[in-house]
Design a protein around this ligand. Structure first.
Ligand SMILES: Nc1ncnc2c1ncn2[C@@H]1O[C@H](COP(=O)(O)OP(=O)(O)OP(=O)(O)O)[C@@H](O)[C@H]1O
Ligand SMILES: [Mg+2]
Length: 475
């Protein structure tokens, strides 16, 4: 079986990549210029210059294929753009370089072991660029002649194709005749037929026939009749991730699992075989490895076993660039009782380059709000923009961004298109931010259910909230 490692079709990719956009849909890149200097406001990105520049430098190294097996950590307070920057990187990476994004907690929620989930994520982030040569028949159709047998069960026919230099007649069988009629190929069309798969693609209509028919749609494309030989060799290049090769070749799953996303565990032996095969392809010059990027958001949610697995994985030959993000300061490493910076063990921290993100200035916040308004198609009056900006500084950026769409609905009810301060005020009273919610809890004390967890994880106390007593206990 080792000899038959197939790669499937390149159309299979991209399925698992289009998730989790929405809060970041305004991010179109990192907004850097050619010298990697951050522009003030570009591609949906504002401020956070140092981190963006650092991200740009990392990107450059990935694109040059020079760094793999390294790790970067974006560390900073909540809503300072860590996830946004990672997504900006993904957009600047180019379609060919794989980018996988997972949230650390996903590793625990799948129906497979933690290390398997991590291995899949890692292999998803390594691309294999494969070159294949195919033979094409390309030319203008001169004539299609189909003979049906008396019963209609079998069809035979002849297809005449020409280029500017030559003309050839091909015999047609049932399958090709069906394919030609499905594509509605007529005399005068310029077509390309893949000899190995028999796939027919219509390239357009020949210029020479442009006056023959009046009844042609506006979208008809006219092309020149091809020159040279009818049979051509063409090199096609497609990129597929190691994980996709794994899934396609795993007997129990089959490639359909790629669509379902439910791939189950993949046997280590199969992975070994694939690694050897890919290495062979590399030596023969048929394939090229493209180390991509694996982004692990909320990385402090991984536990000590995952961390030590990552340590190891980073050192293997087939390793992507791993980017992590964490908003924790000193915190407990999951699965242990130790505390450590960012919730990451020190031996892993030692291997990563740390990029810090800082809270935004008021000016940046205002611009981010403006960008989001454009993205959500909301017009704010100048006063409303100022009010929302000051709300953001007093509460959080995320809260302010969330209010935009709420305020718009309120404005729409008043049948005006511009959101005014009054609409924001009302949205502000409908929805609480975290601070006010805590305040409200204090006021409501005695009516909410609580559960207090002891050091060993056992429930110590259960009942209704008594924040005043709690406050006294802790002071
Ligand atoms: N520099 C920026 N330019 C434009 N939009 C930004 C920028 N930074 C953050 N945002 C937007 O602000 C919101 C919050 O940012 P983001 O989710 O990236 O924060 P985070 O650092 O990942 O926070 P957390 O630690 O809570 O995950 C998002 O909608 C994001 O798109
Ligand atoms: Mg985030």
């Amino acid at each position: 079986m080792a000899a038959q490692i197939s790669t499937g079709t390149s159309e299979l990719r991209d399925i698992t990549k289009m998730e989790r956009i929405g809060a970041h849909s305004h991010i179109r890149g990192l907004g850097l210029d050619d010298r990697l200097e951050p522009r003030g406001n570009s591609q949906g990105m504002v401020g956070q210059g140092k981190a963006r520049k650092a991200a740009g430098m990392i990107l450059k190294m990935v694109q040059e294929g020079r760094i793999a097996g390294r790790a970067i950590l974006f560390a900073g307070p909540p809503s300072t753009g860590k996830t946004a920057i990672a997504l900006g990187m993904a957009q600047n990476l180019g379609a060919d370089v794989p980018f996988t994004m997972i949230a650390a907690s996903e590793v625990f929620s799948l129906s497979m072991s933690k290390t398997e989930a991590l291995t899949q994520a890692i292999r998803r982030s390594i691309g294999v660029r494969i070159r294949e040569e195919t033979e094409l028949i390309e030319g203008e159709v001169v004539e299609i002649q189909i003979d049906r047998s008396l019963t209609g069960a079998t069809k035979t026919g002849k297809l005449t194709i020409k280029t500017t230099d030559m003309e050839t007649v091909y015999d047609l069988g049932n399958k090709m005749i069906d394919a030609l009629s499905k594509e509605k190929v007529l005399a005068g069309d310029v077509v390309a037929i893949d000899k190995t798969t028999g796939k027919i693609s219509k390239l357009g209509r020949s210029f020479a026939r442009s006056r023959d028919y009046d009844a042609m749609g506006a979208d008809t494309k006219f092309v020149q009749c091809p020159e040279g030989e009818i049979q051509k060799r063409k090199e096609i290049v497609h990129t597929i991730s190691l994980h996709e090769i794994d899934v396609i070749n795993s007997r129990t799953q089959g490639f359909l699992a790629l669509f379902a996303g439910d791939t189950g565990e993949i046997k280590p032996e199969l992975r070994d075989q694939i690694n050897t095969k890919v290495a062979e392809w590399r030596e023969e010059g048929k394939a090229e490895i493209i180390p991509g990027v694996l982004f692990i958001d909320e990385v402090h949610m991984l536990d000590i076993e995952c961390f030590s697995f990552l340590n190891r994985a980073l050192e293997s030959e087939l390793s992507p660039l791993v980017i992590m993000a964490s908003n924790r300061g000193m915190s407990r490493i999951r699965g242990t009782t130790f505390r450590s910076p960012h919730g990451l063990p020190v031996d892993l921290l030692d291997r990563v380059l740390i990029v810090s993100t800082k809270p935004y200035e008021e000016e940046d916040i205002q611009q981010i709000i403006q960008i989001r308004c454009e993205e959500e198609d909301v017009t704010l009056s100048t006063d409303a923009l100022a009010v929302l900006t000051s709300m953001a500084t007093q509460t959080t950026l995320r809260y302010a961004l969330n209010l935009i769409s709420c305020a718009q609905i309120i404005a729409r009810k008043r049948k005006v298109s511009e959101v005014e301060v009054e609409d924001l005020r009302r949205a502000y009273t409908y929805f609480m931010d975290e601070k006010r919610s805590v305040q409200w809890l204090k006021e409501q004390q005695g009516s909410l259910v609580f559960e207090e967890i002891g050091k060993e994880g056992e429930v110590v106390r259960e009942g209704v909230v008594d924040l005043e007593k709690d406050a006294m206990d802790s002071s």
